[in-house]
Write a new protein. Sequence first.
Length: 351
Amino acid sequence: MGYLEFVGRRLLRMVLSLVVISALTFTLLQLAPGSFADIQRANSGSTGMAGAAAQEVAGQFATRYGDDVPAWQQYLVFMKGALTWDLGPSYKYPAQSVESIIAQGFPVSATLAILATLLALAIAIPIGVFAALKQRTAWDTGSMFVLTLGHALPSYLTAVFLVLIFAGALHVLPAAGWSGPQSLILPVVALAIGPLAVLARYVRSSMLDTLSEEYVTAAIAKGGRPGVVIRKHVLRNSLIPLVTVTGPMLAALMTGTVFIETMFRIPGLGLSFTQAASSRDMPLLMGTTLFFAIILMATNLVVDLVYGLLDPRVRAESGRKLRGSRVSRKNAGDAGAGGGEGGRPVVQSLG
């Protein structure tokens, strides 16, 4: 029951967070100057419609979200539709519903994020392991310097360099578009460099912490070969905490590909979000914001659950905390929330 209670509390907190996020987003949109029709007129239809068409669309949506409907009623109408996954049509693309735009764009963004995460892990783990095993050597110092430099560069600046080299100078890869496997290479590499640096440094730090544990020294003292001890004990226990970092990082990449998708003209959800923000497309902007929030919170929940499955000590610790919380509330007669679900547990020594 402790595990189910943990999941239930997290789900309840997710629902409350989504309500707050939706209310804040809608309020900020209402406070921002101008409207969709105003932007269309000011830009002479450069956001996707001619002036007359913009006026017609504004009139079509006036009965649902327009100026003649109170703001609180607009919000309630949107949230009612969100509960049934009926977000209504987009202002800019009236022939498409918001949910269909999300369904079309998210797989593209997810593909970029998953490939970038896999590439980052494939390179970061060996670099971090060797840096920890060769601490304070030229390899350790040099690799950490290069990784710090890569982490300092924003993804869009890295993308510019990659395009100039591989598309502009060498002409071996396309500079933009979404036409085939080759068009994936540059955006995936641009997205992977920053996470790669973070993950490699995290693996190095985790390896050093595990190498200093007493059970590692004891295993080697009992005659265990260093290679076997490192592979079966040090490496495995060092990579378990990596799940805590990789999950939120994957979610952040899924929801943070705005610049890369815009630069490479990739039809993902980040590009739709940018266009919705620039044209004040309220239904699309609200829908993508809520969807991004759901992805982030759901990924964090899954990471916590997977972390507990990978490490039995985490399940035992969570169960003890939840049971201790129930006992404390019973003895004190306090209905407040107990501990056990806040931060992620730290992997402790096996000894």
